[in-house]
Design a binder for this molecule. Sequence first.
Ligand SMILES: C[S@@+](CC[C@H](N)C(=O)[O-])C[C@H]1O[C@@H](n2cnc3c(N)ncnc32)[C@H](O)[C@@H]1O
Length: 276
Amino acid sequence: MIAQIALRDAIARLNDHAIASAPRDARVLLSYAMGIDPSRLTLELSQTLDQDVLDRFQNVIDQRCAHKPVSRILGYRDFWGRRFRITADVLDPRGDTETLVQAVVTQPATRVLDLGTGSGILAVTLAAEWPAAQVVASDISPDALDVARHNAQALGVQDRVSCVQSDWFDQIDGRYDLIVSNPPYITDREMAELQPDVLHFDPKIALTPGGDGLHPYRVISAQAAAFLNAGGRIAVEIGWQQGPVVAELFRAAGFRDVAVLTDLDGKDRVVVANWP
Ligand SMILES: C[S@@+](CC[C@H](N)C(=O)[O-])C[C@H]1O[C@@H](n2cnc3c(N)ncnc32)[C@H](O)[C@@H]1O
């Protein structure tokens, strides 16, 4: 079969399964099946596909029809200019989390703690951006830590990223110049309305702490001061409706210069604060 025909049929199948991004997804998945960069696909569309390429393409289109996100089918996600492995054990990193990196990256820190590291995107990105940084990447999930360890190794920062299994601060020692966290924050009510691409593929522990979604912020704001050096900073990702309440938690805990920053869509996304 000619690649262009296979692509047309795949787009029709994805549309039948209500995949909103059908044309884009089909192109990315066909490039993957053909083993070429997506930027070359148009040049190769008149090719006749070998049966093994066709089988591979049908297989990935079947997965996408079942609402598996493209990044999970490919097994990686690009974040802040680097490629990170993702597995079923970690959150599929979101572009919005780059807002947190943007908020902190211009002020390099030496000792950094990432709470709820998942695939390690924050810990590994900051270690890679700041060659003098020593980073502790912690998570309650040992399987997530295996993925973070892999990514630290693959991106050459394994000597400066230590992975620690911990329920928030429980197993954390020492003091840090910067604490970052993208904790689970989806409320019970929002969980009931999640798209299947998220609900069935991201680990529940990475999405929600239950209830009003604020439990991790209560723990982190109450305990962070004991793990920060004087003049230390904290930056946490938040749900777009959580800015005022999370900012207030940090103010009430004695933090200064508390600010809510917006993402590229103009939605509240990150709370930053300084420890005096
Ligand atoms: C929203 S995901 C963020 C993952 C990654 N930092 C990112 O931005 O893609 C939240 C992470 O917090 C971890 N987590 C959930 N409860 C935790 C707890 N009590 N202590 C530490 N980590 C926890 C989850 O396993 C998950 O990896």
